[in-house]
Design a protein. Structure first.
Length: 207
């Protein structure tokens, strides 16, 4: 990871930690949960998967291939993730928006699927329960996409590349929301699909 990667991570945490220091009863989850989410195994897996995809497409080409190229891509992805959290959570506190996904509670595949997709750009206000455009979600994705241009090479440094990065982030969030909406039922069905153990044969009573 380059020096500028480390600098961006420090800046992201410098923004996020003071904003998370005081517990705000209107905002969920608390600062500890946000920190765990920022450094969760899933965040590392997502960065690794994204690096694998851009390694295949050789984007950016200046970073080359091999272990070094993959490491730079993964470092870039994880730094962008931390930068996004550093922007998103303070904005959620500022605008009283729920942080994270709230299951729909609806019935029917179409209604639940539509709800999950819309939650990519909509959020519930913590002080009223009403739905609003998620300024924290959009701000985090766009802000991280643009600021991550700071360490990108010439071929991916243009502003429009930052908006493309934000679009990819939001698309990935949409897929994640759909998974979160339906995963509890999928997990339950997988558990209930286990074959039942055959009953032990009864021993006939002795005569």
């Amino acid at each position: 990871m380059t020096r500028i990667h480390r600098t961006v991570i420090v800046l992201a945490l410098a923004v996020a930690i003071p904003a998370c220091a005081a517990n705000d009863p209107d905002v969920t989850p608390d600062a500890g949960e946000v920190a765990r989410d920022a450094f969760s195994p899933m965040a590392v897996v997502n960065a690794a998967a994204g690096a694998g995809f851009t390694q295949l497409t050789n984007t950016p080409s200046e970073w080359g291939q091999g272990a070094e190229g993959y490491g730079r891509r993964m470092g870039s992805g994880f730094a962008t993730h931390l930068l996004r959290v550093g922007i998103q959570y303070p904005l959620a506190r500022l605008f009283h928006e729920e942080f994270g996904y709230r299951p729909s509670g609806k019935k029917g595949f179409r209604a639940r699927f539509t709800y999950a997709l819309l939650c990519t750009v909509w959020a519930h206000r913590t002080n009223s329960g009403q739905r609003t455009v998620s300024k924290s979600e959009l701000g985090g994705a766009i802000g991280a996409g643009l600021l991550s241009r700071l360490w990108q090479p010439a071929s991916t440094r243009a502003i429009w590349h930052g908006f493309v990065s934000a679009g990819i982030t939001l698309a990935a969030d949409a897929g994640g929301n759909v998974a979160r909406e339906f995963w509890p039922e999928i997990r339950h069905r997988r558990g209930s699909a286990k074959p039942a153990q055959p009953a032990a044969a009864e021993t006939p009573p002795a005569k």
